[in-house]
Design a protein around this ligand. Structure first.
Ligand code: FES
Length: 124
């Protein structure tokens, strides 16, 4: 089983989900097995204004642990990330970063500005 621990910069309580990447997709937005897919499938909200199609930056997350257990970022993702507020060297788009290791222990931070943008469309 893989683990995904989610820290929220806005102070929401952290969450941890355990999942088997082989069971992807967990939901219907983003790449199957992506951080967005896993979170939505476990009822944890992450903004995804473009529907998980690598066309916005609202699903930006900062990877604190397990960066190398994620799929490589495409050029399109890198280009979008360049425009993300608060970009870090381990930033990813949640809808594109697929967990590839079935024993991965991933830790991510959901930046505060993402949450603020999401305030009108929470569905969890
Ligand atoms: S949801 Fe738009 S790029 Fe991920």
């Amino acid at each position: 089983m893989a683990k995904l621990r989610v820290l929220f910069e806005n102070g929401d309580p952290e969450r941890t989900v355990e999942f088997d990447p082989a069971n992807a997709p967990f939901h219907h937005d983003g790449q199957p097995g992506s951080i967005l897919d896993i979170l939505l499938g476990h009822k944890i909200f992450l903004e995804h204004a473009c529907g998980g199609n690598c066309a916005c930056t609202t699903c930006h997350v900062v990877v604190k642990q397990g960066y190398n257990d994620l799929s490589e970022a495409s050029e399109q993702e890198e280009d979008l990330l360049d425009r993300a507020p608060g970009l870090t060297p381990t930033s990813r788009l949640g809808c594109q970063a697929v967990v590839e290791n079935s024993n991965a222990e991933i830790v991510i931070v959901v930046p505060r500005f993402t949450i603020n943008q999401a305030s009108e469309s929470r569905d969890s």
